[in-house]
Design a protein around this ligand. Structure first.
Ligand SMILES: Nc1ncnc2c1ncn2[C@@H]1O[C@H](COP(=O)(O)OP(=O)(O)O)[C@@H](O)[C@H]1O
Ligand SMILES: [Mg+2]
Length: 294
């Protein structure tokens, strides 16, 4: 296994009608081997672009990425990517979806099925091997997605809002499951989310990206012991961390809302909550919690 390092990473996109848009500015960060890091930041600040660059799907305009000693320049099996939408093949059953990457790598049928079965069991889908994606719930499809990334034994998992389309209960369960799997597998994880309590719950450290161009604004260590039962989310210590991240991100969200609205000075809170129901939930949660304390 290996840690990840980015050195002076910049990304600009050339726009169709001319002009450029600067999406990432001078990102220098290090993620240790086996560390679980969450990344939060306002919509459009370049989180997905950053993950795609780390995966090697797109190139940075400037800067370097090192995984251990190795320079990252293209996608590789040592970096698994889990997308927001499960991109399973609808015509393949669970087993064949999970086995797909191994098939591409040229593994024998016996080997790829044996390995895939192990990860299907790990994500709690034993008994569903012959089911097709349309026969599964959203949560189950995301489990398949996760198994599909893990089966290739990546050193690092890049996860882009993998639970965003799940309902609140399923999402909580998946967070707990992901931590259990991570504790057994000890991968290095970079997990993008817009839900602050999810970021805090999962991570050893939360990174905050600023509004566009995305730059690393803060890094906050989450000093909460593991394993972390879901109930930990209701403790004052946890809520204090959520508050701290929220404070770091609040100004950035305000700025990004102004960018999006072309500089209109309006109450950003309503817009943010309207466009981001989950965060409103965080807020209500926090306010509820503080009135609890008072
Ligand atoms: N291929 C591309 N060409 C031009 N602009 C892009 C491209 N991909 C992303 N962008 C722009 O880069 C910015 C950051 O996008 P993204 O990384 O998806 O942000 P986030 O994931 O934080 O919401 C957005 O303004 C988006 O429109
Ligand atoms: Mg994104």
């Amino acid at each position: 296994m290996a840690g990840l390092k980015t050195i002076g990473l910049y990304k600009i996109f050339y726009q169709r009608g001319g002009g450029v848009i600067e999406v990432l500015r001078n990102i220098n960060l290090e993620i240790s081997e086996g560390e679980f890091v969450s990344l939060v930041g306002p919509s459009g600040c370049g989180k997905t672009t950053f993950l795609r660059i780390l995966h090697g799907l797109i190139k940075p305009s400037l800067g370097r990425i090192l995984l251990g000693e190795k320079e990252v320049t293209c996608p590789g099996a040592e970096r698994g990517f889990v997308f927001q939408d499960d991109n399973l093949f609808p015509w393949r059953n669970v087993l064949d979806n999970v086995a797909f990457g191994l098939q591409v790598q040229g593994a024998s049928k016996r080997e790829r099925y044996a390995r895939s079965q192990k990860f299907i069991n790990l994500v709690g889908l034993k008994g569903f091997e012959r089911h097709f994606p349309h026969e599964l719930s959203g949560g189950m499809r995301q489990r398949v997605n996760l198994a599909r990334a893990l089966v290739l034994n990546p050193e690092m998992l890049l996860m882009d809002e993998p639970f965003a389309s799940l309902d609140a209960q399923t999402r909580e369960i998946m967070q707990g499951e992901l931590l259990k799997i991570w504790q057994r597998q000890h991968k290095t994880v970079l997990f993008v989310t817009h839900q602050i309590d999810e970021a805090v719950y999962l991570a050893d450290r939360v990174l905050v990206f600023g509004a566009r161009p995305g730059s690393l604004k803060a890094s906050l260590d989450i000093d909460i012991e593991r394993p972390r039962p879901l109930e930990i989310k209701r403790t004052p210590r946890f809520i204090a961390y959520v508050d701290a991240v929220w404070k770091l991100i609040e100004e950035e969200v305000r700025e990004s809302m102004l960018l999006l609205s072309g500089g209109r000075q309006e109450d950003f809170t309503e817009e943010w909550e309207a466009s981001n129901g989950d965060q409103g939930g965080d807020r209500a949660h926090r306010e509820g919690a503080s009135s609890h304390r008072s």
